[in-house]
Structure formats: structure tokens, C-alpha cells
Design a protein around this ligand. Structure first.
Ligand SMILES: Cc1cc2nc3c(=O)[nH]c(=O)nc-3n(C[C@H](O)[C@H](O)[C@H](O)COP(=O)(O)OP(=O)(O)OC[C@H]3O[C@@H](n4cnc5c(N)ncnc54)[C@H](O)[C@@H]3O)c2cc1C
Length: 643
């Protein structure tokens, strides 16, 4: 053991097992584990009530474990994380600070700045990967550019040579001591008095903390993983792993999850258990989506502010606070949507399927800005995770090359009969509909008066009439898309004329303020090893363009739109989008010629002969959409397609 005194700066890596920063510090000498709570740093993304409740429990749990190894977790509440770190360094005479990487846009900037300052002051800083299978700067395509579709990204990730071993917890910790202004867990202020009674209920359903995460993982892998492929679409039941809050706070090592599941898969393959093999493949893809969410945030660090695809900048959002409120309160008149929103409010958790349904409703039916929904989820979810939240909302709102098309609008009534066929989920969360027969449970507006009467349902009184009829909503959506295209075309024309008259819509909407992340002028971060944290640089390149796939439904509308854009090119794809890759660190290593451009897999590139639809039918056969929303949706003509 060395003679260093090292500060282990805990953030969202609240575990002792497979924690590279903690392990390195323990090897090196004495340790000073610290958690710094700086509400100012959180800004717009200050965690919501349930998320803070989880954090509080998890910190207490970690402190207990660290004490049993020999060192307590020092808790500090501060107005400046840097000042608190400097105080600790001074107090114990530390020579080194270690921490594990975070990849959300806010942390990327904060960490970069703090690290720069510490290094300037001559303090040794080392950072590690504790959150991912692969660092986002390790996975690039053959040209050294960032992937922009999940399939290609995950395929590459799975085929990379990993040398990961999960690290055991330190045998014992030698504490470094010093006098700092530490506080108790209560004084951190993660939970106020009024929140305590609501939070008490959470403890009945969830047990935060790394050892509980371990139990949850074992239980899932022993009892539920085998049936994951069959059960994962069932809403209202514990059909999935429920690991997301543990993974968010780093209470569980994703490497450990991956290894465990992969070993099961190998054993099941040997036994010829194809259901088990398929279940693990799908579960690992879910883990892959989490990886991808970090990958996108790192390579496109603006994605919490504006969509990855620039088309949505011109979308005529209806920033209507009343509609937003009705959605939040579960008063839209669509039972499945309302049940989901009530469950979210009451428990802080909803199934992925329900997340897709309620978020699509907000964007496609209410035409609410996707950023509002993203922020509301952030405020209310127990597993609120900026990267996964961004990925989810961009996925459903037509902002990703391989996500839902913007024009796709699934009927909540149809989805209700698919995912809650007996109506049990709706009855549980909407007691006012509890006596309605299954036949009408997902569309009470069609029920005969006498049925409503005996069920005690008075539409417009104890349960709302539907906000808007779904076919009308579809018409509105299509009109809005046409308007968006018009605006986009006008903007392009204005640009090519050298005028600057058309501005995008993103500033026009009454938007919840979301912090601006300015990364343009960041100097390279001084690092100490090749494993060190890389920092993305945000540059707006318009060099690469690509096509979005089109649904059959919208292709039927195409001639009109094509005329709008280019009267001479009736059959070509409409949306050429521009995005920029900002993975400068990797780019600079690889020294490619187009270092900041958005990379598009060859088979999906924007040529007439090689459309995105072709890409979907081959490369995208088992699309990641399947993983996100896991449904078979019927298109208008009744044909089934997987989306
Ligand atoms: C609009 C929207 C917002 C979302 N916001 C969040 C969020 O704030 N935090 C969050 O953790 N997940 C979010 N998700 C993703 C997903 O819904 C949850 O991760 C999942 O429901 C968690 O349940 P589970 O742990 O039982 O998942 P499982 O199906 O058991 O999957 C295992 C793990 O894989 C990861 N995972 C699974 N699906 C996804 C996905 N689509 N995207 C990213 N990671 C995934 C999660 O870490 C999850 O714990 C969002 C999805 C949508 C559509």
C-alpha cells in the first residue's frame, strides 16, 4: 500500500464493489471518501423529490458500508463544489483526488472545469470508468466518427474486445483524517419536512443502496430473466428488472450486470434453451440503450436543449400550460394515458411501454414541446436520468434517425387493448372507471349511456371526455408537420438568398428554461492516463446530411410535400438533416479529415438508391425501437410492422 492521501469524490457511483476510483485510492494509501451536495450546480436539473429521497437512502447505506471497512463517508453541503474539494485537500493534506466519470451534459462541463482548476493548483487528479461497458470515446465507426443509430453502435460495442474485470470491494480502508465542515445526512437537505410523509410510502416499494441492488439483480437473474422476452411488455406488473434507479446512482456495476446475464446466456445456449438465450439478448440490448444514451450525450452534448435532428426546430409547438397541466394530472380522457400519469405521480415509476405512450401523447396529440415532457419526467421519476430521459423523449418525438417517425401517432385506445387487455392497469390507477366493463375500459366515450350509468361514470364530471378525437389529432399533427416543412424550406431559401428573415421556432415557444451548455471555448483537459475523462467539444457542423425513414402513411402524402420542397424531385426523400458529432477527443486521436461531422452508416446514407427504409429492412430488422417500445404497431392499412 502506498503513502498517498487520496480524496475519493463520490457522485453517482454509490457502491464499494467494482468502484475503480475507490479501489485505486485504497491501493495507494489512506482515503477520504466525500460526497458533496451543491444545489447551485444542479441548476435547472435539480433532482425531484423521489430522486432526492433515493439519494438520501443510498448515501446512508454507503456510509454504513464504508464505516464497516474503516472510513466514514464525509458529507458536505456547499455553494461551490470546487471550494469544498479544496477545503478537504487542505484539511487532510491530500495529494490526489479521484472520481468516476459522468456523461450528462451538465456534469461533463462541471467536471472538466473542476479538474482543470485542481490540476492548475498542482493537485493530482485521476478519473475512471465506473458507469459503462465502453467509454463513449472508444466506440467509433471505421472512419472514426460517432455512430448515430443504435444498431450500428451496439453491434460494434458487442464486438469490441473487453478486458474488464469487476473489482472486489477493498478489504479495508485506512482513513485520512482532517477537520472539514461536514454535515449529517439530514443537514444535507435532500428531503424537507413536508416531503417526508409522501416519501414514507416509497420505502414500502423500494430499498435503495448497493447491497439491495445486488439482491435485486440476483432475484431478477434467478427468477425473471428467463422469461424477460415474454413478459417485458406487460404493464402493471414487475415484468422487467426494475434496476434503473440502482443503475442511475451507480449502486450496481453495469459490468457485473452484463457478466451475470452473459454467463446465463452461455449456459442456456448450452442447454438449448432458446427462450433464455433470446431473453438475455433483449435484456442486454436494454443495457445497450443505457450505454447509447451516454454515448449520444457525450458526442452530441447539446441534446438536452435541442433535438439531434434539426427539423424539430421549426415545429409549431403548442406551448399551452393548461394542456400540459391536464397531461400531468392524468385528465386527458384517454384512460391508459391518464392511468400512466397517475402512476408516475403516485409512485415515481412507470413501465417503459407506458413511458412511450404518455410521452408520445404529449408530443403528438397535445403538441407540447418535448423539452417540457423531458423536464417533467426528470422531476418525477425515481430513476430520473438525464441521458436516458433525453434519449427517450428524442426517440418518440422524431428527433433520432432510428426513432419513431414524427408523423407516427398510435391510438391510446388500440394500445390499451394491446398492453392492458383486461383493463386491470387502468382500473387500478383510475378508480372512477373501476366498474366499467372491459369492453369499454379503453374508450369509455363509446360506451352506451346505460353502461356508463351503472358503472358510475359521468363523462365530463367524474372522468373527462377525451381531450381530442384521435383522427382529428392526427390531422392536426400532419398540418403541424407541413407547417414545419414550410418553415424549414423558407429558412433554407432565406439562407441561400443571404437574408436572415426566417428564424426557427425553438426560441419562440414559451419554454421551461433549460441551462445552456457552452462548450465551444473549452481548452483540452489535462489528463494523467489514457483512461482519463474525455471532454466533448460542441461545434456546429452542417457538413453531413442524411435521410429519415418515412412511414407508408406519410409517403402517401409525399407528392404535395415534395412539390413544396423541390417540385422537380417527386420521389426523393424529404428530410436532409444536419447534426454535428462533437467527439473531438476521439477524432483528434484518429485524425480524420471530417472530424466534426455526423457519421451515417454507409447503408443509411442519403442517396436516392439507398434509402433509410432499405436500411430499416436489413440493418434495422431488430431495431432498437423494438427495445424501447416493444410493440407491434398496426399501420393505417392494417399491415403489421415492428417499430
Ligand atoms: C420518454 C422516456 C423517458 C425515459 N426516461 C428514463 C429515465 O429518466 N431514466 C431511466 O433510467 N430510463 C428512462 N427511460 C428508459 C426506460 O423506460 C427505463 O430505463 C426502464 O423502463 C427501466 O425499467 P427496468 O429497470 O425494469 O428496465 P429493464 O427492461 O429491465 O432494462 C434494464 C436496464 O436497461 C436500461 N434501459 C432499458 N430500456 C432503456 C431505454 N429505453 N433507454 C435507456 N436505458 C434503458 C435501464 O438502465 C434498465 O434498468 C425512458 C424511456 C422513455 C421512452
Amino acid at each position: 500500500m502506498g503513502s498517498n492521501k487520496t480524496i475519493v469524490w463520490f457522485r453517482r457511483d454509490l457502491r464499494i464493489e467494482d468502484n475503480p476510483a475507490l479501489a485505486a485510492a485504497a491501493r495507494d494509501g489512506s482515503v477520504f471518501p466525500v460526497y458533496i451536495w451543491c444545489p447551485q450546480d444542479e441548476g435547472q436539473f435539480y433532482p425531484g423529490r423521489v430522486s432526492r429521497w433515493w439519494l438520501k437512502q443510498s448515501l446512508a447505506h454507503l456510509d454504513h458500508s464504508l464505516r464497516s471497512l474503516g472510513a466514514e463517508l464525509v458529507l458536505i453541503r456547499t455553494q461551490s463544489t470546487l471550494a469544498a474539494l479544496l477545503e478537504c485537500i487542505e484539511a487532510i493534506g491530500a495529494t490526489k483526488v479521484v472520481f468516476n466519470h459522468l456523461y450528462d451534459p451538465i456534469s461533463l462541463v462541471c467536471d472538466h472545469n473542476i479538474k482543470g482548476k485542481l490540476v492548475e493548483l498542482g493537485i493530482s487528479v485521476q478519473s475512471y470508468n465506473a458507469d459503462l461497458l465502453n467509454e463513449p470515446w472508444e466506440v467509433y465507426d471505421a472512419r472514426g466518427q460517432a455512430f448515430t443509430t443504435f444498431e450500428a453502435y451496439w453491434d460494434k460495442s458487442l464486438n469490441m474486445q473487453w478486458e474488464h474485470v469487476t473489482l472486489l470491494p477493498p478489504w479495508k480502508l485506512v482513513p485520512a483524517t482532517g477537520n472539514v465542515a461536514k454535515c449529517s445526512i439530514e443537514e444535507l437537505g435532500l428531503e424537507n419536512e413536508t416531503e417526508k410523509s409522501s416519501n414514507a410510502l416509497l420505502a414500502r416499494a423500494w430499498s435503495p443502496g448497493w447491497s439491495n441492488a445486488d439482491k435485486a439483480l440476483s432475484e431478477f437473474s434467478e427468477l425473471h430473466l428467463l422469461q424477460y422476452s415474454k413478459n417485458r411488455t406487460k404493464v402493471g406488473q414487475n415484468s422487467t428488472s426494475l434496476l434503473s434507479p440502482y443503475l442511475h446512482f451507480g449502486e450496481l456495476s453495469v459490468r457485473k450486470v452484463f457478466q451475470l446475464a452473459r454467463m446465463k446466456q452461455i449456459l442456456w445456449a448450452k442447454e438449448g434453451n432458446s427462450i433464455g438465450v433470446e431473453s438475455v439478448t433483449l435484456f442486454l440490448r436494454a443495457i445497450g440503450l443505457r450505454e447509447y444514451s451516454r454515448y449520444l450525450c457525450f458526442n452530441f452534448p447539446f441534446t438536452h436543449e435541442r433535438p439531434l435532428l434539426s427539423n424539430l426546430n421549426f415545429f409549431p409547438w403548442q406551448a399551452d400550460q393548461n394542456n400540459f397541466k391536464a397531461w400531468r394530472q392524468g385528465r386527458t380522457g384517454y384512460p391508459l394515458v391518464d392511468a400512466g400519469m397517475r402512476e408516475l405521480w403516485a409512485t415515481g415509476w412507470i413501465h417503459n411501454r407506458i413511458r412511450v405512450i404518455v410521452s408520445s401523447f404529449a408530443v403528438k396529440v397535445l403538441l407540447l414541446p418535448w423539452k417540457w415532457g423531458m423536464k417533467y419526467f426528470w422531476d418525477t421519476l425515481l430513476d430520473a436520468d438525464l441521458e436516458s430521459d433525453i434519449l427517450g423523449w428524442q426517440y418518440i418525438s422524431g428527433s433520432l434517425p432510428d426513432g419513431h417517425e414524427l408523423e407516427r401517432l398510435d391510438s391510446p385506445e388500440v394500445q390499451g387493448s394491446k398492453f392492458d387487455p383486461e383493463g386491470e392497469y387502468v382500473r387500478h390507477w383510475l378508480p372512477e372507471l373501476a366498474r366499467l366493463p372491459t369492453e369499454w375500459i379503453h374508450h369509455p366515450w363509446d360506451a352506451p349511456d346505460n353502461v356508463l350509468k351503472v358503472s358510475g361514470v359521468e363523462l365530463g364530471f367524474n372522468y373527462p371526455k377525451p381531450f381530442i378525437e384521435i383522427d382529428l389529432a392526427r390531422e392536426h399533427l400532419i398540418k403541424a408537420i407541413f407547417k414545419m416543412w414550410e418553415m424549414e424550406a423558407a429558412a433554407k431559401a432565406a439562407n441561400s438568398n443571404g437574408t436572415d428573415e426566417v428564424v426557427d421556432n425553438s426560441d419562440g415557444i414559451e419554454s421551461l428554461p433549460i441551462p445552456k451548455v457552452i462548450l465551444k471555448n473549452n481548452a483540452p483537459c489535462p489528463t494523467y492516463s489514457s483512461n482519463d475523462q474525455k471532454v466533448p467539444t460542441f461545434q456546429n457542423s452542417k457538413s453531413n446530411q442524411f435521410n429519415r425513414k418515412r412511414s407508408k402513411h406519410m409517403q402517401e402524402e409525399r407528392p404535395l410535400q415534395d412539390n413544396l420542397h423541390n417540385p422537380n424531385e417527386g420521389g426523393t426523400s424529404r428530410t436532409n438533416e444536419d447534426c454535428s458529432s462533437t467527439a473531438e477527443s476521439s477524432m483528434s486521436k484518429k485524425q480524420t479529415t471530417s472530424r466534426n461531422s455526423f457519421s451515417v452508416p454507409q447503408s443509411c446514407s442519403s442517396s436516392k438508391d439507398n434509402s433509410f427504409l432499405e436500411c430499416e429492412s436489413s440493418d434495422m430488422k431488430q431495431s432498437w425501437q423494438e427495445q424501447i417500445d416493444m410493440e407491434q404497431s398496426s399501420s393505417k392499412d392494417g399491415k403489421q410492422r415492428i417499430n
